[in-house]
Design a protein around this ligand. Structure first.
Ligand SMILES: [Zn+2]
Length: 226
């Protein structure tokens, strides 16, 4: 009975709702974001590459080297809300004392990209639900690793970025002591500076207090041309 109802629903749903916002969530668009900034300067999306010396980008969704095998972003950019950018800057200062730098795989993500990921891979263990949006959509999540400032090489970690394996969980035991040390280091420095690691992705850090920020659907081009 339940299945039958679902089938009927899915047949009629496309007729009832159309467009990108069919999941019952209406994200903030560019014009509203801009007009709200004077009252809420904390909402500003900051270009992390410009704001934080030592931060480098490897934005996989601006290439085909990601789980969708498609280029999702037209530009390779990393933005985050002002307090998130400030906390990340402090974390970078601490990493730098150990000869390390932050490499960002993804930061603010337009809501349209979250919809696309969900439609490609319908498992919300690893991709955010479009009904709620991602913390990336709020400009409050950073996907990252750390690299050696001298050699430019990434530190060995339990898995590659965007791995759907259980080894990616921060709680999975690691035998290799160097890898364990690296994973503990990235998590401890980030958590000291106001972030919380995701329970199934060692590379994903949520800004504590992300609930205060809204889901946005603003492209990198819009942010750049304002
Ligand atoms: Zn993430």
């Amino acid at each position: 009975m339940k299945m039958k109802r679902l089938v009927i629903l899915s047949l009629f749903l496309p007729l009832v709702v159309s467009g990108q916002y069919k999941y019952g969530l209406t994200p903030t668009k560019h014009a509203d974001y801009l007009s709200g900034l004077s009252n809420n300067p904390k909402n500003e999306l900051i270009n992390l590459e410009k704001f934080i010396p030592g931060v480098v980008l490897d934005i996989r969704y601006a290439t085909t080297n990601n789980f969708t095998k498609e280029k999702i972003y037209n530009l390779s950019r990393a933005y985050a809300r002002k307090p998130v950018a400030e906390s990340l800057k402090e974390a970078q200062e601490e990493f730098k004392k150990q000869g390390l730098g932050i490499k960002i795989f993804d930061a603010y993500r337009p809501y349209a990209a979250t919809v696309k990921f969900y439609e490609v891979y319908k498992d919300t263990t690893y991709v955010a639900s479009p009904y709620r949006g991602s913390r990336h959509n709020r400009g409050c999540a950073i996907d990252m690793t750390i690299y050696d400032l001298k050699t430019g090489k990434d530190l060995p970690m339990p898995t590659e970025y965007d791995s759907f394996r259980k080894e990616a969980w921060p709680t999975t035991p690691v035998k290799d002591h160097v890898i364990k040390k690296n994973r503990d280091l990235i998590i401890s420095v980030m958590e000291k500076h106001g972030f919380k690691v995701n329970s199934s992705e060692w590379w994903h850090f949520d800004f504590v207090g992300w609930q205060k920020f809204d889901v946005m659907d603003i492209s990198f081009e819009e942010l750049e041309n304002r």
